[in-house]
Every structure is written in C-alpha cells, then in structure tokens.
Design a protein around this ligand. Structure first.
Ligand code: PLP
Length: 625
C-alpha cells in the first residue's frame, strides 16, 4: 500500500487486506470487511470467466451518483438557494447499457436525467423512463431528424431540451417545429471566453469548437423572437472541458456563464435552467493538486462553489435562482470500472553474474568488465557513466561489424550484471535520489494480456494516468521494477508512467513472476470514456465485462457477464465473413490434399484448429486449445 499510494488515491473504495491482496470496500457499508479482488477473480475463474476483463462495481457507481446529487442538495440547503439541482449523465462517457440503465434507475430518486450528443444517444435516452422532472439535454450538431425526434419526445412527457449550437440550427428548429405544429424546449450553447488549465484547455475559450459567441447568441434570440418561439428558450448551456484541475477556473467560468444568463434574460429570453456542462474532475493520482491527473477540490467543494457563485450573481441581478444542471460524466463513472489483466511473462533487465573474461575479448568488453573493480559508493555515478559508455561503444562497433554477436552478448550480460549491482548499491545510499530515479528507467518488461489501444485508449493518446497495482503479494516487498507491455505488436502498446507513493515513476515496483501463481494487475478508474474510445488494433476486441455488486455480508453478486468479442466478431467488424473464410480455408486444404502435400487424415485437425480459433477469444487464453 505504501509503495503504490493506495491510501492516497484509493479513497473509500480500494484497500489492501492483511494477506496483501487488493480489496474492494463497499462505500454504502463502510463497516463491512473489504472483499479481496484476487478472491473475486478466483471465483470468476471457476465460473469460466477469465481476464483480461473489465470489472464493474455497481455499488461504486451508485455511490458516485449519490455523492454528486447529495452534495448539490447540501450546498443548495446551506446557501439557501431557491431552485433544485437536476443533473444529467452524458451518455457518451459510458454508453454501455448496464451502466446507463443503472444510472437511470438509481438516479430516478434524484430526478437525474441524460445528455445526448448524437442521434443514437437520443434514441437510447428516449428508451428510458426518467422521472417526471428529469431532463434530456441534446447537445452536438443536429439535423432535422434529430430535432424532430427531440420535439416529438415531448408528446410522451419527456423534458427534452434542444441546445442550439448555431444560428443554422435555430432555422432547422423553427422549420421542424412549424411542420410538426409542436413547440420545442430550447437551450443555447454559449462559448465562454475563460480558458481552463489541464488536458482539455483547448475545449475552452476562443479555440473551443462548440457554442456561440455573443453576436451569434443575439442573432438566435432575435430570430426566435421573430418566429414566435423565444418563450421556448429555457436553458443556457456552457461546457468548460473535461477534468478541470483548478477550482478557481470553475468559479470564474460559472461567473461568466451567469453574466451571459443575466444578459440573455435582459434580452427577453425567459431562461429558467443554467447548465454548466461537465468538467468535474477525478483525482486519479490522489495528489489533491491542480495537475493534469489530479484536482485541487472535492465534489462537495465543487458543488458549493457552483451554487454559491450562481446565487450571488443572480441575487445581484435580482433574478430568480435558475434550476442548476451539470453534465458530469467522468466523476460519475470513472471509479466504477477497473481493467484486470495477467502478466504472461517477463523480459528481465538483469543478469545475476558477469561471464568470466576471455582472452580474445575486445578491449572495450574488458573495460566494461573492469568497472566492477571500482564500484564503491563514492564512485557509483562514474561507474554508471562508464558502463553505459562502453556498452554504447560496443553496440556501435557491432553495427559496423567490428564486434561479433557472441562478444556483443557477453557485453550485454556484463552490463546487466553491473546495472543490478549499481541499483542495489544506490538503493542503500541516502544521497543519490537523482541517480535512483534515473535507474528506475532501467526496468524489466512485463508482457501482459491486454491491448492498450482497446482498453486504455487515453493512456496511449493523451498520457492519461490511472492507478495501476499488482493485485496480490502486497505484504511482500517488490523485488523488481517493470514497465508493462501489451500483446499488440505495436511499440506504443506499453505503459511506462505509474502513480507511486512518491509521485509519478517511469517503472512500477513488482514481484518476480512464478510458474504456479497468476500475477494480476488492476488498472483503476477506467469507467469514463475508455470503453468505447478503444479500437481494434491488431484485431484485439472487447474484453469480457463483468458487473458485480458488493453485498453487506462481505460477499459479492455477479449481476451480469458480457463475453468479450470472439475472433469471428472482430472479423465481421472489418467486413470479413467468417463463413467465407472457413470455406476459403477448406478449399485450400482440399487442394493441398489433391496435390498430395497434405494427407486426407490431416484434414479434420486443420479444419478444427481453424474453426476453434474463429470461435475463440481474441486475447491470450491459458486454457485454450
Ligand atoms: N457535456 C459536454 C457537452 C461534453 O462535451 C462533455 C465531455 O467533455 C461532458 C458533458 C462530460 O464532461 P465530464 O466527463 O468532464 O464530466
């Protein structure tokens, strides 16, 4: 725990048992004993469900929905705010039916609604029975069909708000509304000028691609007035960008949104709802600082700041308090899923002992071996410099053909044994933190059964950090450091930045792998954006997905299993017909039998091998074949 900083980022959700296993805590029942995650995996394994898998914990999802709604309710009571909070969950953040269904069901008591950014998402939203007062907020670019569906949904009592993104969209709404003879519920998306920090700063300020500037807003309000629809304009929307690191930015942006709200009200827009979009961040590292992967505020603080800022601005403008809407996605779903995968093997950056000298060694091989002779604490940096220098010289000589492969292999072994000795020496020294940090880069490679591109796309694309820890043996000191590589054939398919107790490290402390025990890693807080942004690199498909609920008696219920993609499924995604492929393969086998290169008796084994693969999991299978 102390090594990986679990108590810092794990909040009330993740703990470590006395047996050194990572465990899940039930946030609704903090007094029940944490449930061992490897224990859950052993149980699932017996049921035939194997890693890699995404494990969703319903209790975690419910706790986050409750937290944001309760925090807003508390802030509203504390500030004496005179309107309610009506949050909406943006479907794009996790579109999986298991997640959206649960959010709607659990959220009903809070009048929690949905945000749709596209036609498919609106279709999903409309298939859910929300509470009478809950909203469906439609963002994104909309064609007439999208708008027609949104307006018609009101006939079934849905509070579907069409957020106008441009003057052109206002024209389409006016046309469709006339054609249907029905009035829409409208919003306008405002482009705030305030720029936030963090990874999503481009989605705020002038370079934001969404929302209208003041001129466009005026054109839209004038046009709605002219068309007799200004009384339908009820909501003002703005979105700062995701994962806002600094609470000061939240305050400033909310303040600016309020300015637009009062100005549009002055223009005659009968606004009643202020939608502040997403942006509520997740403290992935647990640092509690305004950095790219952390935030300097809590959910409570966020809610209090929003409510207080709006109350103040509205009181000053002598306006009624508007209903508050936010579209938090990341903060609601991130913690509820984790990715679990197994280490398959390791490439150790290590050699226990240097090979003995040989008479025909190149003099640089001898120089390299000689470094061990002056390896003492006072000269450790010099030894490290020399070891790398001779190793690099020998590599250059090998490339020019001046050193043969056997010499090169001996040099690598000597270098690795030196590195191990230097690391061991530095670990005992107090004053060599910098060299120790540099040596952390020299790490083993643990080859693991997952695809970064499929399961952790933001780690690949935007250097997102997630807490990653071995799930077992945490009561034993890790004896190695590793980077993790996936099973795609892509050199980008690796994780080489980790959250550890001291901060961010270029390698992860791990234990030596053993033949008889599986060694699992958990990647935490992957419930937002990761599941559907992933791609089919090397045709690794969706992993198994298992939804569980934590029971008050310390056990768990398996609520749902969604089997990962089979090879035939991923083939069809790229437009192969698996049946055609079987037929083509069969034809080749039969031709080979005809021309005598394959025996007739081999046909069955060949066909079975091909068919079994096509029906199997795309990932490495321990028990396959
Ligand atoms: N609303 C809109 C319009 C968005 O574009 C986004 C995502 O960036 C969200 C809500 C969700 O944001 P977050 O996940 O930061 O809460």
């Amino acid at each position: 725990d102390e090594i990986y900083g679990i108590s810092r980022w794990g909040r009330e959700l993740i703990a470590v048992t006395d047996e050194g296993e990572v465990a899940l805590c039930d946030p609704a029942n903090p007094n029940t004993a944490p449930i061992s995650l490897p224990g859950i995996l052993r149980d699932l394994d017996q049921r035939g469900i194997a890693a890699p898998m995404v494990l969703r914990v319903r209790s975690f999802l419910e706790a986050e929905i409750a937290k944001i709604n309760d925090s807003f309710a508390q802030a509203i009571a504390r500030v004496n705010y005179r309107a309610p909070y009506r949050g909406v969950f943006p479907i794009k953040v996790n579109q999986q039916a298991q997640v959206v269904d649960r959010i709607v069901e659990f959220g009903r008591a809070y009048d929690y609604g949905l945000e749709a950014g596209s036609k498919p998402e609106l279709v999903i939203a409309m298939a859910h029975r929300l509470s009478k007062d809950a909203l469906i907020v439609c963002n994104g670019v909309k064609d007439a069909e999208f708008i027609r569906l949104a307006i018609l949904s009101r006939r079934l009592g849905a509070n579907t708000v069409i957020v106008l993104e441009s003057p052109r969209e206002a024209e389409t709404v006016i046309e469709v509304s006339r054609e249907l003879g029905l009035e829409p519920l409208l919003g306008v998306r405002v482009k705030l000028t305030h720029r936030i920090g963090g990874k999503w700063q481009e989605s705020s300020g002038d370079r934001s691609t969404f929302g209208m500037n003041s001129d466009q807003l005026l054109r839209v309000t004038d046009r709605l007035r002219e068309a007799g629809l200004l009384h339908c304009l009820k909501l003002q929307h703005s979105h700062l960008g995701s994962q806002v690191p600094d609470i000061q930015d939240v305050r400033r942006a909310v303040d600016e949104a309020c300015r637009y709200f009062t100005a549009l009200t002055d223009e005659g827009a009968p606004l009643t709802h202020l939608d502040l979009g997403g942006g509520l961040g997740v403290d992935y590292t647990g640092e509690k600082r305004a950095t790219e992967n952390s935030i300097n505020y809590t959910v409570n603080e966020y809610c209090h700041n929003v409510v207080e800022t709006v109350a103040y601005a509205m009181d000053e403008a002598e306006l009624d308090h508007p209903v508050l809407v936010t579209e938090s996605g990341r903060a609601v779903t991130a913690t509820s899923s984790m990715l679990i995968f197994e280490a398959l093997e390791s490439t150790l950056y290590d050699a226990p002992a240097a090979p003995p000298p040989e008479p025909d060694d190149h003099h640089h091989v001898a120089d390299l071996a000689a470094v061990a002779g002056y390896l003492v604490p006072e000269r450790v940096q010099e030894c490290w410099n020399d070891a790398r220098f001779y190793r690099d010289e020998l590599r250059a000589l090998f490339r020019r053909g001046a050193v043969d492969l056997r010499q090169m292999a001996r040099a690598e072994q000597i270098y690795l044994s030196l590195t191990a000795r230097i690391k061991a020496l530095v670990a005992q020294m107090d004053d060599r933190a910098e060299l120790e940090a540099e040596l952390q880069q020299v790490a083993d490679v643990y080859h693991c059964n997952f695809s970064l591109f499929q399961s952790l796309p933001d780690v690949w694309a935007i250097d997102q950090l997630h807490p990653i820890v071995p799930l077992q043996m945490l009561n034993q000191a890790p004896d190695r450091r590793a980077i993790l590589s996936d099973i795609t054939c892509d050199s980008d398919g690796k994780i080489d930045q980790f959250i550890v107790a001291e901060g961010i490290a270029p390698s992860l402390p791990v234990h030596s792998l053993s033949e008889d025990q599986p060694y699992y890693f958990g990647v935490f807080f992957v419930g937002a954006y990761q599941e559907t942004l992933g791609d089919l690199h090397n045709l690794f498909g969706d992993t198994n997905v298992v939804t569980i609920d934590l029971r008050a008696d310390g056990g768990f219920d398996l609520l749902h299993e969604q089997e990962g993609d089979t090879i035939s499924e991923v083939m069809s995604y790229v437009e192969y017909d698996p049946a055609d492929c079987v037929a083509a393969f069969r034809k080749m086998v039969d031709e080979a039998i005809s021309d005598g290169t394959v025996k007739a008796g081999e046909r069955r084994a060949l066909m079975n091998a091909y068919r079994d693969s096509i029906n199997g999991y795309t990932y490495y299978e321990r028990h396959a074949g």
